[in-house]
Design a protein around this ligand. Structure first.
Ligand code: SAH
Ligand code: SF4
Ligand code: F3S
Length: 468
């Protein structure tokens, strides 16, 4: 048993990062058995789930679409806010019921960021004895051995490492889409924003080598992929831990040179966003003019308490530079309301930015205390009802601007990558514009996977309607 430890998780040293190749080879112990994976959290977690599926398939398991038919269920969890926890523990209750009544042999496992939290693992040890295994983020590549140990010894396996982590190449992966692919470019985060658990759950920033990233993109292109999304918690810091003179601007231009049709990247941190990066994005047609640029707060006082290391003015300067240099660009953002010490005046500073800036989308969050983070120990925690009131106000202010902003699309022709049938209406197809806006339209199935021109005919707040 290896338990997570928040103190070790916080440490950063200058030890060299190990670059290793996946090397687990086991017999086909999953032959004839079915798995179900449920993913919570960010795009990085979605991609990790593709690796979990890849590993399970490599030993013979096949995927099923319902927990009722599964022999093994894995929850790939997120720890970013308390409600992410609640969802996981709620679902564990459902799984316990299945195990108690229908399928006593069901294996239940937890991966992802929650497994890196000591409070969570303590809770599992005391109250969730029916959870068969917990595997941390740093040793995900060892998942199959952990499952095998559980099967062979029939004891609960808790295997979580709290260290800075390696970079493991060549983990088997089964991708959810055959047109659009996630590509990790870095793991971990060293920014330590004071509210955030990620630096503890994902460890030190580790960049993948440029060679392995470019090779992966070339292979994806050869396999028919039209779009790649480069992933990292803070992609603008790419390379800082590995190279002296190779950064995201260089990587973007090299990935662009592969000729893949569409390149996206998330998430950007304003702190490391250089003008050179803006110029590269502006100069390459296959780098999408879409940037997710989390603001978090518009108050300089709160930004400082958050350890974001930029001011409202610097954010606006960067935003304006992007909008003026990158043609037809769109910017989306994340905002936290109710951070400790946030006054009405601070909140108004946030509202002020939202009114000044044309955000295509805002992901709004109510501040959630995370054990082990600096903000959790700050005084002046904001009462729940004030947080909710501010959240509602922000939502209202943003929604007032959405229709106006969407109108600019109506009547234009947009290039979209057709992703498949619309979830809400099987008769319609859906895809995204260069700026990542969802478009639905009628059309033949053959269009799926193609990049086509669509005329936008109307706007519907969260999506646009178009015609082929
Ligand atoms: N690396 C990204 C963010 C990843 S987490 C970045 O720095 O931009 C995604 C979003 O969750 C954050 O941008 C933040 O808005 C929100 N978030 C993170 N921790 C939170 C917390 N404790 N409470 C509420 N929202 C939080
Ligand atoms: Fe969290 Fe900040 Fe790192 Fe983003 S940059 S993952 S918000 S610590
Ligand atoms: Fe959640 Fe971990 Fe991603 S905390 S947002 S799954 S890095």
């Amino acid at each position: 048993m290896k338990m997570p430890n928040m103190i070790d998780a916080k440490k950063r040293n200058n030890d060299k990062i190990n670059y290793v190749n996946y090397n687990v080879s086991l017999d086909k112990f999953g032959e004839g058995k079915k798995f179900f994976v449920r993913t919570y959290g960010c795009q990085m977690n979605e991609h990790d789930s593709e690796k979990i599926k890849g590993m399970l398939k490599s030993v013979g398991y096949t995927e099923c679409d319902s927990v009722d038919n599964a022999d093994i269920v894995i929850l790939n969890t997120c720890a970013i806010r308390e409600n992410a926890h609640d969802k996981v523990f709620g679902f564990l209750g459902v799984l316990k019921h299945i195990k108690d009544t229908k399928n006593p042999g069901l294996l239940i496992g937890i991966c992802g960021c929650m497994s890196q939290e000591k409070v969570v693992v303590d809770e599992i040890l005391s109250k969730y004895k029916y959870v068969d295994f917990v595997c941390g983020t740093h040793n995900l590549d060892n998942l199959l051995n952990i499952i095998k140990d559980k099967i062979d010894n029939n004891t609960q396996q808790i295997e979580v490492l709290s260290y800075e982590g390696d970079v493991v190449e060549g983990v088997p992966v089964v991708r959810d889409s055959i047109y659009s692919a996630w590509v990790d470019i870095q793991y971990g985060c060293d920014k330590f924003c004071t509210y955030c658990i990620v630096p503890y759950t994902r460890g030190k920033q580790r960049s993948r080598t440029k060679e392995s990233i470019i090779e992966e993109v070339k292979k994806l292109k050869k396999d028919g992929y039209k779009e790649v999304t480069l992933l990292g918690q803070n992609v603008n810091a790419y390379g800082k831990d590995l190279y002296n003179d190779y950064n995201l601007a260089n990587l973007l231009s090299d990935v662009s040179d592969t000729g893949i049709e569409r390149i996206r990247f998330v998430t950007s941190h304003p702190w490391d966003f250089t003008e050179k990066m803006v110029d590269i994005i502006a100069s390459r047609d296959n780098i999408m003019p879409y940037i997710h640029l989390p603001l978090q707060s518009g108050s300089n006082k709160i930004l400082k308490l958050m350890n974001r290391r930029y001011t409202k003015e610097e954010y606006l300067k960067l935003y304006n530079s992007i909008r003026s240099k990158v043609k037809n660009s769109s910017v989306t953002t994340d905002i936290i309301v109710g951070f400790p010490g946030e006054t009405e005046e601070d909140f108004e500073d946030t509202i002020d930015v939202v009114k000044q800036v044309n955000f295509e989308q805002i992901f709004m969050f109510i501040y959630s205390r995370r054990v082990g983070t600096r903000a959790d120990k700050m005084e002046n925690q904001i009462p729940e009802e004030i947080k909710h009131k501010r959240f509602d106000r922000l939502k209202q202010v943003f929604e007032e601007s959405v229709e106006e902003n969407n109108k600019k699309y109506v009547g234009t022709t947009q290039k979209i990558l057709v992703e498949g049938h619309s979830k809400n209406n099987q008769d319609m197809l859906t895809g995204r514009t260069d700026t990542n806006k969802v478009v639905i339209f009628e059309g033949p199935e053959e269009l799926i996977g193609k990049i086509i021109n669509i005329k936008i005919v109307s706007e519907h707040k969260w999506y646009l309607k178009g015609e082929v």
